[in-house]
Design a protein around this ligand. Structure first.
Ligand code: KIV
Length: 254
């Protein structure tokens, strides 16, 4: 699709949401390890396991009634240290229904990247703000603000492209850095908090649907306020059960 058409990626974690979103113009569902934060109540993505990712990937694959491609995150410590183990884990996600696996990191994970690609599995890279390295980065901070780190970003991106990845997520970096990488790569870039010039965009569905209310990062646009709608509906249900207004005539078996 690069450079003719922008690529639309959105996170998805369960079958019913996949079914609802299957015909909404989404090109790729990302079963992100953000499932840990937004669905499983973990503090960050470091606690997410392979079993969590397999479970949610299978659910999304079952609900995907359209032709949406599925990408699944390889969770923390499932690929970094051991290429053989990386291949085994990537195969588990493909068997669960993923078309791509996504890995965070650059040259430091290149052996695992090569091993997975050699086994015939397609990879999406992930550079910039990498939530699995939150401890090293000192929190969720915008990355690559200076010339040296932007040079490293480009070197990592080119190394991943040369190793054979299919596309690259760029998270939490200045727009000009993302533009530069996008122009230098043949493969598409997908941005989140990376400005306008990437080849596609990805958002966490719970952020853009207004389910997650604790805070709204600058890069998120809320397209709905589902948390408000859900609370209103639950409050009305509660009032009606207490008052006896529910069930109504039409809800009763005679
Ligand atoms: O896990 C996730 O949702 C992600 C996106 C933020 C790109 O990796």
């Amino acid at each position: 699709m690069k450079p003719k058409e922008k690529i639309v990626m959105l996170t998805c974690y369960d079958a019913l949401t996949a079914k609802i979103l299957s015909h909404s113009g989404i090109d790729i569902f990302l079963v992100g390890d953000s499932v840990g934060n937004v669905k499983l109540g973990y503090e960050n993505t470091l606690s997410v396991t392979m079993d969590d990712m397999v479970h949610h990937t299978k659910a999304v694959a079952r609900g995907n009634t359209g032709k949406v491609k599925i990408a699944s995150d390889m969770p923390y410590k499932s690929y970094e240290d051991n290429p053989e183990q990386a291949v085994e884990n990537a195969q588990r996600l493909i068997k669960a229904g993923a078309d791509y696996v996504k890995l965070e990191g650059g040259k430091e994970i290149i052996n695992s990247v090569r091993a997975i690609i050699n086994s015939g599995i397609k990879i999406i890279g992930h550079l910039g703000l990498m939530p699995q390295s939150i401890e090293k980065m000192g929190g969720y901070k915008i990355q690559c603000r200076d010339e040296q780190s932007q040079k490293k970003l480009l070197e990592d991106a080119l190394a991943l492209e040369q190793a054979g990845i299919s596309m690259l997520v760029l998270e939490g970096i200045p727009e000009n850095a993302a533009k530069n990488v996008t122009e230098k790569l043949k493969i598409p870039t997908i941005g989140i908090g990376a400005g306008r010039y990437t080849d596609g965009q990805v958002l966490v569905s719970d952020d853009m649907l207004g389910m997650f209310e604790d805070f709204k990062p600058k890069f998120v646009k809320r397209y709905a306020n589902l948390a408000g709608i859900i609370k209103q509906a639950a409050e009305q249900y509660s009032r009606e059960v207490k008052s006896g207004a529910f069930p109504e005539e039409e809800n009763i078996y005679k």
